[in-house]
Design a protein around this ligand. Structure first.
Ligand SMILES: Nc1ncnc2c1ncn2[C@@H]1O[C@H](COP(=O)(O)OP(=O)(O)OP(=O)(O)O)[C@@H](O)[C@H]1O
Ligand SMILES: [Mg+2]
Length: 352
């Protein structure tokens, strides 16, 4: 059974892409087959996993590959000609993983794709629901062509509530919400609580219309039920007191207000969805994983296309911070954050 997970927050820069990249590697280390879908026109996940050069090669078009080798190669013929295009996946170069890790690369064209999707006619009208389940179709095709059953599909999304986000949520079994310690995170958590039930209402309307002519479509019947899988606290600072780490006071304040928004806004609002149970019993208001401020290691991890788990065995990029090797405290932090990602992966493995 493939489980599809959107990593989502309409606030930008909270670590969605970084979390997917590092989580994917931890899931693969648990022997899971993982497919990444880069559904963000910014394509940051593709660049992080594959490197800017390889990604730009995939964007190149030729007579044999008129739409390149990204998500566009499958999706554009699907949208314009109602036929499946070609699916291409790439594999990040990661050592020692036991499960398989593939990515359907993103494309700046996703901006145009997002404009083509129409909530009014496609979703609510019911006739175009299949245009909104592209992530599901990509998964099925990648699985067929690669001859692998994926255990987890992780979808990276733009920071918005646009049609790409809707489409991904409709196809997801769960969504995870990364938050950072700032004034806007708790506000955005509340907004997710307001928006998701509306998205589901639209889906249900469209589904009822669609089912009148296709009453037993198993795909449509199984979609439109994303559950809150928990939240990740990212990029907070700690200080040591008597040898024990504590979250700094300012970040603890933000942490508390995010928890309050989850308790008082997100969970009650999602609990009101009547068509399915959007709050699973295993979920609580504590964060599932806490990723501290990784400072230069965060950007170097992206720059070197190397997840945090493996970064300490690479030299830091000269020029970014000018050091010849990682300091002991940096290596410790990378190893502690690797454990946080392992915790997140096994939480998913146990509960989802
Ligand atoms: N734990 C962390 N410590 C330090 N820097 C971080 C951390 N997590 C993410 N960053 C940095 O913050 C920036 C935003 O992270 P990332 O791209 O993962 O966020 P995002 O939510 O995917 O952004 P967007 O909304 O634009 O897609 C990046 O430069 C990243 O390197
Ligand atoms: Mg991102």
């Amino acid at each position: 059974m493939t489980k599809t997970i959107s990593v989502f927050n309409n606030k930008g820069g909270v670590g969605k892409t970084s979390i997917i990249w590092n989580l994917a590697v931890s899931l693969a280390d648990l022997d899971k087959n993982v497919l990444l879908l880069d559904f963000d026109p910014q394509c940051n996940l593709s660049i992080a996993c594959l490197g800017a050069q390889e990604f730009s090669n995939l964007l190149q078009t030729s007579p044999a590959h008129p739409f390149g080798k990204t998500v566009k190669a499958f999706a554009l013929p699907y949208i314009q000609q109602n036929r499946f295009g070609d699916i291409y996946t790439s594999s990040p170069k990661i050592p020692n993983k036991s499960g398989r890790l593939d990515i359907v690369p993103g494309d700046f064209w996703l901006n145009s794709f997002s404009d083509v999707l129409n909530v009014g006619t496609d979703v609510i009208g019911g006739s175009g629901l299949y245009r909104f389940i592209l992530p599901e179709l990509l998964t099925q095709e990648a699985s067929r062509v690669n001859e692998v059953e994926y255990d987890y599909v992780l979808i990276d999304l733009p920071p918005s509530f646009n049609t790409l986000v809707r489409s991904s949520l409709y196809c997801s079994d769960y969504f995870l919400v990364p938050c950072t310690p700032d004034l806007f995170s708790s506000y955005c958590v509340g907004l997710i609580g307001e928006m998701l039930p509306l998205f589901i209402q639209d889906w249900e309307q469209g589904k009822q219309r669609y089912l009148q002519s296709n009453p037993n479509d198993p795909v449509i019947l199984s979609k439109g039920m994303p559950k809150f899988g928990g939240w990740v606290f990212n990029n907070f600072d700690t200080r040591k007191r008597n040898g024990v780490k504590h979250m700094v006071a300012a970040d603890a304040v933000h942490h508390a207000s995010i928890k309050t928004a989850i308790t008082n806004q997100l969970i009650p609002s999602l609990s009101n969805i009547s068509t399915y149970s959007a709050i699973p019993s295993f979920v609580n208001t504590n964060y599932v994983a806490g990723i501290e401020d990784l400072n230069v290691m965060a950007s170097d991890s992206i720059f070197q296309n190397t997840p945090i788990r493996y970064l300490s065995s690479h030299r830091p990029t000269a020029g970014l911070r000018g050091r010849g090797s990682w300091a002991a405290n940096q290596i410790d932090l990378m190893s502690e954050m690797t454990q946080e990602y392992e915790t997140l992966a096994s939480y998913i493995d146990t509960n989802f």
